[in-house]
Design a binder for this molecule. Sequence first.
Ligand SMILES: O=C1O[C@H](COP(=O)(O)O)[C@@H](O)[C@H](O)[C@H]1O
Length: 242
Amino acid sequence: MVTIFKDTAYLSQQAAELFVQAAQEAVQKNGRFTVALTGGSSPKQLYQLLAQAPYKEQVPWQQTYIFWGDERWVPLTDERSNAKMAKELLLDKVPVPQEQIYPMWDEMEPEKYAQKYEQILKDHFQDQSPAFDLILLGMGDDGHTASLFPGTEVLQEKSSWVQAYYLAPQSMYRITLTAPLINQAKRVLFMTFGDGKAQALHEVLEGERNPEQYPSQLINPLNGSLYWYVDDKAASRLEKFK
Ligand SMILES: O=C1O[C@H](COP(=O)(O)O)[C@@H](O)[C@H](O)[C@H]1O
């Protein structure tokens, strides 16, 4: 489902509503809410809203488990860290138990940590299917999402849940949930704003299938719902969805 918003404040408000709904439903059904956060600029307003009334009081934080969709492989004190941003804008301001927060970082080799993170997820989901209640995603101007970048090997991944790899153009390691795992989610929400994303958004939603170039095309939950919340700038090249 694609929803086009005139302003990003309203878009983020609707994203906060969806977050609350997903959290309340999950807790009512299964006693806990499992969410993967995203990094980048797109979720910042959402995180600020969730840390304030009325949303702060509506989310069952004590039953919430926080994971990440991806991370730049930098310490948690580094300005580029997706976890640092979420911590400062949201997690330090809400009563989510510390032991239920799983940042994607440790003092070890990234590939080893990817295996460890996968095990953490296996322990969390145990014998249930690894279906996040909600995964938040952004999309870069190049069509990447999470750390699924154009032309990278991780796009071919069919079985593992978490992968880390060196992203040469950025001279850094990245760690990411893989598309097969993301696609198990009950809800996936992309938030995408700005002119810079218009071409990629058009290609992802309306272009020929080419996930090697536009990895966001890989995201299509098997049994869940896919939401695209976009602003009118990002939507400016869409034809079918207007
Ligand atoms: O590097 C990243 O970029 C994407 C997109 O970021 P945005 O600034 O365009 O919202 C983000 O979704 C991802 O988590 C992050 O690692």
